[in-house]
Design a protein around this ligand. Structure first.
Ligand SMILES: [Zn+2]
Length: 162
């Protein structure tokens, strides 16, 4: 005798030999791990009206294993947690916003002149050492107007508060 049951995950109707009761299988539809239930008329019934609206999930009789996927109610924790700043710094920082300044090398070049270092130095002095949070280098590619060639160049990104 065959057992007719439903995947608890995707409601796919499945059949198994009654001798397979208690065995674990993978749902052929959604790949969920399912334990084949014991032969039970209440679970072996076919779908009442396949053309009608989807019937609500059948109630599990007492003692039967439930297959509900545990859903965590915990809020998602951020991966990186910064230590809380001292109160004094926190009060001062609330008035300021995080900002970035990106300086691209190609934007600092004129014919025969390279102003990149000067531009970055001026930016750093303007921001002020105590406001700088992070400076990172970046590489980028662009099509050079004159030669129509793909050029790889570099720049810096300054993260600061101001
Ligand atoms: Zn399934």
């Amino acid at each position: 005798m065959d057992i007719v049951f439903h995947c608890p995950q995707c409601r796919q109707e499945l059949e198994a030999d009654s001798g397979a009761s208690g065995e674990q299988i993978s749902c052929p539809s959604c790949n969920a791990t399912i334990t084949i239930p014991t032969s039970d008329p209440s679970t072996a019934r076919p779908v009442a009206s396949p053309s009608g609206p989807p019937s609500p999930a059948p109630q599990s009789p007492p003692g039967e294993r439930t297959f509900a996927v545990p859903i965590t109610k915990e809020p998602v924790q951020p991966l990186i947690q910064r230590p809380l700043p001292p109160l004094e710094a926190a009060a001062r920082d609330t008035a300021r916003k995080m900002r970035i300044k990106t300086i691209r090398h190609s934007d600092c070049r004129e014919v025969g002149h390279d102003h990149f270092d000067t531009t970055v130095t001026e930016a750093l002095n303007k921001i002020g050492e105590e406001n700088i949070i992070n400076i990172s280098t970046l590489n980028y590619s662009y099509i050079e107007m004159g030669t129509q060639k793909l050029v790889t160049d570099y720049g810096v990104m300054i993260v600061y508060r101001g």
